[in-house]
Design a binder for this molecule. Structure first.
Ligand code: ZN
Length: 240
């Protein structure tokens, strides 16, 4: 199938952890990229290293295929986020469920950096865990946005890049089911224990669905998704 080398945008969250396993299942070589853009994400940065360290033990194929990690310093993006934070004086959530620290167009910036790295590393496929189903408030997570970016980046680099979004049409319950379908209970357990979603960075309170404050929009999504998954945990016949 030609170039079967992929770069996964890996933040250490539930979605990108599941996406990384999805990529390890189908590409011969998989590298990861993460973005360091502020203190709030320090815990996510630690979680992603833990997950990368544990994945090879789950499968010989994962061990063989998981390649280098790349962390890009995007402090300038964090500065924009901080400006919003200062204005709001506290973290608030908009009607769309977005934190006030949300940076408009963040995924566009991430994808551009990822594409530059993919070019240099000869990685044809870029895989990201964006989802239109749960986060309708994030316009840069939409299917059309990603498709437009694929065209823009391929043209701008004069090299064919293929963007994959395996979670685009799945809700959180289906994402839990996908993790189990890909890597069995061991992968699902890894997602629950080591991936991080909470906006407030809480890793002291352990729930059935993992660590988090239990109150922010990210925790709400994750806990409700897990409850829905448990209600119908059958992943047989799931389209991978
Ligand atoms: Zn939370």
């Amino acid at each position: 199938m030609g170039n079967s080398r992929a770069l996964v945008l890996f933040s250490g969250g539930q979605d990108s952890t599941t996406t990384l396993a999805w990529a390890l299942d189908r590409f011969d070589a998989v590298e990861t990229i993460g973005f360091d853009y502020g203190q709030r994400h320090r815990i996510e940065m630690e979680c992603r290293m833990t997950i990368r360290a544990k994945l090879p033990a789950l499968s010989a194929r994962y061990a063989e295929r998981l390649g280098p990690d790349h962390v890009v310093d995007l402090k300038a993006l964090g500065a924009i986020s901080e400006t919003a934070l200062t204005r709001e004086t506290e973290i608030a959530f908009t009607d769309a469920g977005l934190p006030s620290t949300f940076v408009p167009g963040r995924n566009l910036i991430f994808l551009t950096f990822a594409a530059a790295l993919a070019y240099r590393r000869d990685l044809k496929h870029i895989v990201l865990g964006v989802c239109e189903t749960d986060y309708s408030g994030y316009p840069d997570c939409r299917d059309d946005t990603i498709k437009a970016m694929q065209v823009s980046l391929s043209l701008g680099l004069d090299r064919r890049l293929v963007l994959h979004t395996p979670l685009m049409w799945r809700d959180k319950a289906q994402t839990f089911a996908l993790a189990r379908a890909i890597g069995g209970q061991a992968l699902l357990d890894l997602v629950i224990e080591d991936s991080h979603s909470c906006y407030l960075g809480d890793r002291t309170t352990r729930h059935g669905w993992g660590y988090g404050c239990g109150h922010c929009p990210a925790c709400d999504l994750r806990s409700q998704g897990f409850a829905a998954y448990l209600a119908v945990p059958d992943d047989s016949g799931l389209d991978l």
